[in-house]
Design a protein around this ligand. Structure first.
Ligand SMILES: NC(=O)c1ccc[n+]([C@@H]2O[C@H](COP(=O)([O-])OP(=O)(O)OC[C@H]3O[C@@H](n4cnc5c(N)ncnc54)[C@H](O)[C@@H]3O)[C@@H](O)[C@H]2O)c1
Length: 366
């Protein structure tokens, strides 16, 4: 089996964790830290990076293996010696990818590379020339116009997509239809971390529901010091992120809460935390006899490696579907790996649906 040819859109911290991780699994042959050893016949090392797209002067023109260690990226460096990938980071189109305050933050924010924005035709050519199979969208939250610009290129170049960000594409029927019509798989939207605040909050909500405790109020406050958190200081860019995270929890509750009783979102940018994210979750409920109870939880985790394990699987599901000629949103993988999938499922149902899908795909591949 040939490796899956991956193009990265947005060479930030998540891209760094993904590229480092693949090099790590290839070098060490380690079996730990991945969710599934094999997906559709592909192992963790069966990815080849063929293209990077970014607009930051410190990344454009470099090999992906070097670009991922450039500022403002600040995630953990756990695989420092990565051989050049041969994939160059080309300059994309800025559009709404870079917020005003991110430009104004100087070297802590995004430093836009000189030169003009790429035309769609140039991105399509780059995707075609590098024979990319899957494009991974790692643009900043709020990049609606930019995501649409690049995903139109993916459709044109016949490339499958993993949409890691809260811009609704796989879960938007009109966009999903475009992928289905062209026989291109898509997994989305908004990647759920390996063990992150959303999945823990959902599991706690389900636990309360299954044990007959009515949830009355809940919050999830998140702090971090990476550019993802800095970008989200602009409340205007946050709409879909809040919707995505809040709906993921609402759907896991026995009864949906009134908006004033549920508060979920990024809450504070703390520069010295770098890529460490700390989430505070509180769930208040009533148990036997209406007696109140509450649960408080604090999660501390490196944000970007936490996403990479899920992105690796999502890429492999996309390629597995491509190999079988399946197009459109992949329902079970999207429900298991994303916060805002086309069909939201209970975590256990998503796990079962994924197992069933694995069996279905294995039969189809025979
Ligand atoms: N870390 C997680 O666990 C997690 C989970 C779910 C979703 N996400 C989402 O994944 C996305 C990526 O996260 P990250 O931490 O890597 O962000 P980041 O800020 O580190 O990286 C974003 C990159 O996009 C580039 N960029 C900006 N505008 C661009 C444009 N128009 N064209 C091309 N490149 C452009 C920036 O220069 C930067 O390199 C974010 O939207 C984040 O919310 C992350």
């Amino acid at each position: 089996m040939r490796p899956i040819r991956v193009a990265i859109l947005g060479v930030g911290n998540c891209a760094s964790a993904l590229v480092q991780g693949i090099a790590h699994y290839r070098r060490s042959g380690a079996l730990t830290g991945v969710i599934q050893q094999e997906v559709a016949g592909y192992g963790p090392g069966d990815l080849e990076f063929v293209l990077g797209i970014d607009v930051d002067a410190r990344k454009v023109g470099k090999d992906l293996a070097a670009a991922i260690f450039e500022k403002p990226n600040n995630t953990a460096v756990f695989e420092p010696d990565i051989a050049p990938t041969g994939a160059t980071v080309i300059r994309g189109a800025v559009l709404d990818g870079v917020a005003e305050h991110m430009r104004e933050a100087g070297e802590d924010g995004f430093v836009i590379s000189e030169g003009k924005d790429a035309e769609q035709a140039e991105i399509v050519t780059a995707l075609k020339e590098t024979r990319a199979d899957v494009l991974v969208n790692f643009l900043p939250v709020g990049s609606q116009e930019a995501s649409e610009f690049y995903l139109e290129c993916a459709l044109e170049a016949h490339v499958a997509v993993v949409n890691c960000i809260p811009v609704f594409i796989a879960s938007d029927p009109a966009w999903e239809a475009l992928f289905r019509e062209r026989g291109l798989p898509i997994v989305g939207d908004d990647i759920k971390a390996q063990v992150g605040a959303t999945i823990i909050h959902r599991r706690i909500s389900q636990l309360f529901a299954s044990r007959g405790v009515d949830v009355e109020r809940t919050y999830q406050l998140n702090t971090g010091g990476n550019t993802d958190f800095m970008n989200m200081l602009d409340a205007g860019r946050l709409g879909d992120k809040k919707t995505s995270k809040t709906q993921a929890v609402q759907d896991a509750l026995a009864q949906r809460l009134d908006a004033k009783n549920i508060s979920i979102g990024p809450s504070e940018f703390v520069p010295w935390q770098k890529d460490n994210k700390v989430a505070f979750v509180r769930v208040e409920g009533e148990q036997w006899g209406g007696v109140p109870m509450h649960l408080e939880m604090r999660l501390s985790v490196e944000d970007s490696p936490n996403a990479a394990a899920c992105v690796l699987d999502a890429i492999r599901y996309c390629q597995g579907a491509r190999d079988l000629g399946e197009g459109g949103a992949l329902i079970a993988p999207s429900a298991f790996y994303c916060k805002h999938p086309p069909r939201q499922m209970d975590e256990l149902d998503a796990e079962r649906a994924l197992e069933a899908y694995n069996i279905e795909q294995a039969h189809a591949a025979e």
